[in-house]
Structures are given as structure tokens and as C-alpha cells.
Write a protein that binds this ligand. Structure first.
Ligand SMILES: O=P(O)(O)OC[C@H]1O[C@H](OP(=O)(O)OP(=O)(O)O)[C@H](O)[C@@H]1O
Ligand SMILES: O=c1cc[nH]c(=O)[nH]1
Ligand SMILES: [Mg+2]
Length: 225
């Protein structure tokens, strides 16, 4: 298992996750490679969630030669993946390779960057669209967003999810890069969420960008700069 437990978050430490994230960080990585990198990272993170957090069970299997015992992952059908538009779209595409039968939700959330950060280090968040599947007591819910900066977006998104969801089995907030402030904000406001991330960076700059980070993930993936 390549998930390392820390007080603030669980770190996904698979070597390929680190390799892929390093390519994403590189300013020379252009749109197509950036988008493909996010897809790849989503797939690796999905496999790591399966390996680190899901149970397996022994099942009888008949091969072409004889009967034997195999091992299957339990609960693969009871997964809900929530795509935080827009930057999470390629990341979720990768996650779906690990969880092809997941139920999917979509929440469109944007930081009001023109308004700037408040003195408390938060952004006003606009939520335009929310479409969630039914979430049940057996479900493992994964909220995916490659960037967890101030945590304002994720707290707003979690507010909607918790309002609509009943009981669930597990709740994961999955990001590629996190800032310490964002992790603290989300874990203070939603202690029942398990925070999973590939990297915890140094700090936020005055504009609320993660440093060293990878820049604006949405803009780089969608070529809106
Ligand atoms: O932790 P926070 O400070 O809230 O910042 C993180 C959010 O910022 C980015 O989204 P953005 O608002 O740029 O929208 P986009 O995905 O459409 O680019 C990113 O994808 C997160 O959703
Ligand atoms: O560093 C950051 C912060 C928020 N959103 C991004 O895409 N990057
Ligand atoms: Mg953006």
C-alpha cells in the first residue's frame, strides 16, 4: 500500500503518482500533456484508494483447468464520484478507469478571484449547478478536485453533498496538490471527510495560488489562458 497516514491528510506516495505530478508541475507541460497527466494521476489515485481503503473477499473461480479461489474487491459498485467542475474533469476521467461503474455527481464551483481572498484566507464561491446521484449507506463517496488551495471551494461543495446525502460508508476528498491552509479548513469544517492528496505544498501566495503548485489547473487543462 502506498498511502501514508499523517495527522492532516493521507498522502498517496506511489512513485508513479509523484512522477506524474512532477510532469504536471512543469511549466513546459502543454495542454494535451497536462490533460493526459491529470487523467493518469486520477487513475493511479483510484487504484490507490482501492488498495488502501477497500476490502477484498475470497470467491470461488473456475478457470479453464480447475476450480480455485480468487480475490475480488468489495463495494466497487457502491462508489460515488463527484466532479468539481471544471478542473476535476480530466482527473475524474482517470478515476473512472479504476471505478468504471461509479455513480457520478457534478458540482460546478468557481472561486471569485476578482473579489480576492478575505482576511480569513477564504474566497467567495459561486455554485452554479449541482446534480448528485442518490447516496446510500453502503457508498464510498469521492469528491475529486486536483487543487485544494484555501479549501473554500471544497467546503462549499461538501456543504451541498452533506445536505443531500444520507448515510454513507466513507467520504474521501481527493486532490493532487494541497495547501496546508486548505487541509486545515476542510478538516475543521468537515471532520468526517478523509483527505487524500499526492502532495502538500509549502503555502499560498497573496492571490490564493498554491506555491510551488502547478498554476491554474483549469486554465492549463482547458487552455483558457
Ligand atoms: O481551495 P480553493 O481556494 O477554493 O481553490 C481550489 C479551487 O480553485 C480551482 O477552481 P477554479 O475556481 O479556478 O475553477 P475552474 O476549475 O473552473 O478553473 C480548483 O479547481 C479548485 O476547485
Ligand atoms: O494554485 C491553485 C489554486 C487554485 N486553483 C488552481 O487551479 N491552482
Ligand atoms: Mg481555475
Amino acid at each position: 500500500m502506498t498511502i501514508e497516514d499523517r495527522d492532516d491528510a493521507h498522502l498517496i506516495t506511489h512513485a508513479l503518482a509523484k512522477d506524474t505530478l512532477s510532469r504536471l508541475r512543469d511549466v513546459e507541460t502543454e495542454q494535451v500533456a497536462f490533460r493526459k497527466g491529470l487523467v493518469k494521476l486520477g487513475r493511479i489515485c483510484g487504484y490507490e484508494i482501492i488498495d488502501g481503503a477497500m476490502e477484498t473477499e475470497y470467491v470461488p473461480v473456475t478457470t479453464p483447468l480447475q476450480e480455485t479461489t480468487g480475490e475480488r474487491v468489495k463495494g466497487l459498485d457502491d462508489v460515488v464520484i463527484i466532479n468539481v467542475l471544471r478542473a476535476a474533469t480530466p482527473f475524474v476521467e482517470g478515476l473512472l478507469k479504476a471505478f468504471p461503474r461509479a455513480k457520478q455527481g457534478v458540482i460546478s464551483a468557481g472561486r471569485d478571484e476578482a473579489a480576492g481572498m478575505t482576511d480569513d484566507g477564504e474566497f467567495p464561491i459561486t455554485i452554479d449547478y449541482v446534480k448528485l446521484p442518490e447516496i446510500g449507506p453502503d457508498d464510498t463517496v469521492i469528491l475529486a478536485d486536483p487543487m485544494l488551495a484555501t479549501g473554500s471551494t471544497m467546503c462549499a461543495v461538501l456543504g451541498h453533498v452533506l445536505e443531500e446525502a444520507g448515510d454513507f460508508e466513507d467520504l474521501f476528498v481527493l486532490s493532487a496538490v494541497s495547501a496546508p491552509d486548505g487541509l486545515v479548513r476542510v478538516s475543521d469544517q468537515v471532520p468526517e471527510a478523509d483527505l487524500l492528496t499526492v502532495a502538500i505544498d509549502d503555502r499560498l501566495d497573496d492571490d490564493g495560488f498554491i506555491v510551488p503548485g502547478l498554476g491554474d489547473a483549469g486554465d492549463r487543462a482547458f487552455r483558457t489562458v
